[in-house]
Design a protein around this ligand. Structure first.
Ligand code: GLN
Ligand code: ZN
Length: 763
């Protein structure tokens, strides 16, 4: 008698390749060094490897169409023919040229890329669908069918993945006033129905419909759209089984909607959405297949398999193995590929981690334990338990001094002594800056020479002394040049930094770094998030040497430059055994010491960057206040250990401020620089409406573009800013750091910027 087994399904796997294959193939193609055929061959190889690997790992529901050359949301826009007119597409198959124009723009033509934004609360960026009020749709690509057939030809049956129509519309933006996404639903659904029919015709039985909007605050119109869309799709293709997926949080108040959709299956996130479980089991219709997202797809820790078994076994008993699928909580796109590639991590740490490949193994062990009994995988379970316990109990996680100090924190630590108005007088007396003071955000071009020197130094080809001499020379040149063009507040240029989080993480205890732990951030850009595994402590000053060296070269103020606690947290994989806010407070205390040391070394202005402040917001509004309270407190904890005459700056990019302006004010930075040039200063509305009291440097030029702005451009933007805000509140600076630009662009741009500020001073 064969026992019932539980299928394993994944929602998607990393598409970049263990050796960053896709990035290399894309860049070779973009630079003309290879052909489209070469690119497609690499893509096909990566897909085949992924399918085979999952087959080998015992995955039953293997996804197809989770692969993308750039972004799966862009693929969906292309799939349904939602391509704005300016890209010149007139129907028919979308060429690679058009596809990459949408993704990246066309340099030298003024045709910009489509807007990009963060995928829910991840660090993955998608290309925002842009729809007109009268948008028409058509099936403009058969990628999902082609990839299904490609797998079939390899003898692998797959479950195609589509971004569902409701989440697609919900994520879309429109330049048209009065745009209502739901007015387009009846035009979009037939295109999906057509595609589903084609998938069914070639042999698909299950299709995964990603509707992560179910984890957001939804209005009734969106809920109605979900019902409407899935009723129509099921009607159109009754024999095809649709698996609607939700992830990244509980469905909560959207659960009734999800459970009443006329579909064959529902995936839910048991890691972040475990609160849904009792209602799912009580209210789901008995025919529904439940895909249980039990393995964390958002973090890198090895799972507590024993604990999970205790959670899952009752579900199996209640629901029946034949109607369950074991799955990761979400697509594995958000974790690195394979921990066995990490040769530099110590054995302890490595044994605590599970990347995508290891997560598939965890699912297999879980299944085996559930169907064959725990004894069948006793050794695997014991190893997992041991690793889990070892991590929780490791002395490396627990630093009693850090804990004790956290316990001593009193509210006054998170407050400057005097209110801003008084601090401003003291700072002005000390700094004597002109009106419209000019500065930059911190980094200067990371040239080929800078990167080469760093890489040679790390390989030992350049001695420590040689490397230091090189960095000193770069820094000195930067200081001299800033004096020459008459900037008011100088920076040292950040030449010694590899990355704004890594540079600090490498000097703090509690952080580890991978060699090959790449995760897609957008398109061909991947990041290696650090792993924040233990209590965070500063071992010694981290930036004081470079800041003081730079300050020793000039009489003008040099701004110290730090990455803030919220950003250090947000751009890392964070331990899951203590609350995030506790980890953030630990980082804040470490930075607080650095801020004090900078002050003691004679640095009178210190910038604490928080570009990740806004993206840390929870998906649900009801949780915003709690987050904003600890996040602003952590920032102030890092910033408030200095005298009132020391000026604290912060910097944020890519932000909308309207709904969080109260929290921005609560950070109480003396000066905030923000990205505003692309929005033509519209972002300042939030500050005006709120009567934001402290100083602001609205970015006057877009550092993301190679175009050099003119003085007139910047004067025009500053005039707009002056119309929003009292002139004595204004600073003049670029939108962001200049590390990705070339000196040939930076030099004229900053000269023009100083000229713009001077013309404002002249009245
Ligand atoms: N100081 C950093 C830099 O100039 C800030 C970067 C950022 O905000 N993303 O590069
Ligand atoms: Zn920035």
């Amino acid at each position: 008698m064969s026992k019932l087994t539980i299928p394993i399904g994944t929602l998607g796997v990393p598409r970049i390749g263990q050796r960053r294959d896709l990035k290399h193939a894309l860049e070779a193609f973009w630079s003309g060094k290879s052909s489209l055929d070469d690119l497609e061959a690499t893509a096909a190889r990566l897909r085949a490897e992924n399918w085979r690997q999952q087959q080998h790992a015992g995955v039953d529901h293997i996804p197809s169409n989770d692969f993308s050359l750039y972004d799966h949301v862009l693929d969906t826009s292309v799939l349904v023919g939602a391509i704005p007119d300016r890209y010149g597409w007139t129907g028919g198959p979308v060429t690679a040229e058009t596809y990459f124009a949408l993704a990246r723009g066309v340099p030298g033509t003024g045709l910009a890329a489509q807007e990009m934004t963060k995928w829910f609360d991840t660090n993955y960026h998608f290309i925002v669908p842009e729809l007109g009020k009268d948008q028409q749709f058509q099936l403009a690509s058969t990628k999902p069918v082609a990839e299904f057939l490609e797998a079939q030809a390899l003898g692998i049956h797959t479950r195609p993945v589509l971004l569902g129509p409701v989440t697609f519309l919900r994520l879309a933006k429109s330049p048209d006033a009065g745009f209502d996404p739901w007015a387009l639903l009846d035009r979009l659904v037939p295109v999906y129905a057509d595609l589903l029919a084609r998938l069914h015709a070639v042999g698909a039985d299950w299709v995964q419909m990603d509707e992560p909007c179910l984890a957001l605050d939804l209005d009734d119109a969106t809920r109605a759209a979900l019902h409407h869309a899935y009723a129509a799709l099921t009607d159109a293709e009754p024999k095809l089984k649709l698996l609607v997926t939700s992830y990244f949080g509980p469905m909560a108040d959207n659960l009734t909607t999800a459970l009443t959709l006329p579909v064959a299956g529902l995936h839910f996130d048991l890691v972040r959405g475990a609160a849904d479980l009792p209602r799912v089991l009580a209210e789901a219709p008995k025919h529904l297949t439940l895909s249980l997202g039990v393995i964390d797809g958002r973090n890198v820790w090895r799972a507590d398999l024993d604990g999970l078994l205790s959670q899952i076994a009752p579900i199996v008993a209640a629901w029946g193995a034949e109607k369950l699928i074991l799955a990761p909580s979400c697509s594995l796109l958000h974790v690195p590929i394979d921990v066995t590639q990490e040769r530099d991590l110590d054995a302890d740490l490595r044994s605590w981690l599970a990347f995508a490949v290891q997560k598939l193994d965890e699912l297999a062990v879980l299944r085996c334990a559930l169907t064959e009994g725990r004894d069948a995988v006793a050794a695997d379970l014991a190893a997992a338990s041991a690793a889990y316990a070892a991590r929780k109990n490791s002395p490396r996680l627990h630093n009693p001094e850090v804990r004790a100090r956290l316990g001593r924190v009193v509210p006054a630590w998170a407050q400057r002594y005097r209110p801003f108005a008084d601090r401003r007088v003291l700072q002005q007396a000390k700094l004597k800056l002109p009106p419209f003071p000019t500065t930059t955000i911190g980094s200067f071009p990371q040239t080929e020479a800078v990167r080469k020197a760093r890489s040679h130094a790390s390989k030992g080809a350049l001695s420590a002394t040689e490397y230091e001499a090189f960095l000193k020379q770069e820094t000195e040149q930067a200081i001299r040049w800033q004096e020459e063009i008459d900037l008011d507040v100088l920076v040292h240029g950040e030449f010694e930094r590899n990355d704004m989080v890594q540079y600090f993480g490498e000097q703090l205890s509690g952080y580890a770094f991978t060699q090959a732990g790449w995760v897609q951030s957008y398109g061909s850009r991947y990041v290696r998030p650090p792993i924040l595994y233990g209590d965070v402590a500063r071992l010694k000053p981290m930036t004081v040497v470079w800041a003081s060296y730079a300050q020793s070269l000039t009489d003008r103020p040099v701004k110290g430059m730090l990455t803030g606690p919220v950003t250090m947290l947000g751009w890392s994989f964070v331990r899951d055994d203590v609350p995030r806010e506790t980890v953030c407070r630990q980082i804040a205390l470490a930075l607080r010491d650095e801020v004090s040391d900078l002050e003691a070394a004679g640095i009178g202005i210190i910038q604490i960057d928080e570009p990740a402040f806004r993206e840390g917001l929870p998906l649900r509004r009801a949780e915003w206040e709690a987050y904003l309270t600890w996040a602003t407190e952590c920032f102030r904890l890092s910033a408030s250990g200095v005298s009132d005459a020391t000026q604290i700056h912060t910097h944020m990019c890519y932000s909308e401020f309207n709904d969080i302006i109260g929290a921005i004010a609560a950070m109480d930075a003396d000066v905030i620089s923000i990205e505003t040039s692309r929005s033509k200063m519209e972002l300042l509305d939030a500050f005006t409406g709120f009567q934001y009291p402290n100083d602001i440097g609205p970015g006057v030029y877009d550092i993301h573009s190679p175009r050099v702005p003119t003085k007139a451009d910047m004067v025009a933007l500053l005039d707009k800013a002056r119309a929003h805000l009292p002139p004595d509140q204004l600073w003049v600076n670029p939108d962001c750091g200049l590390k990705t630009r070339r000196w040939e662009e930076v030099k004229p741009a900053l000269e023009q910027m100083v000229a713009a500020a001077k013309s404002l001073r002249a009245g």
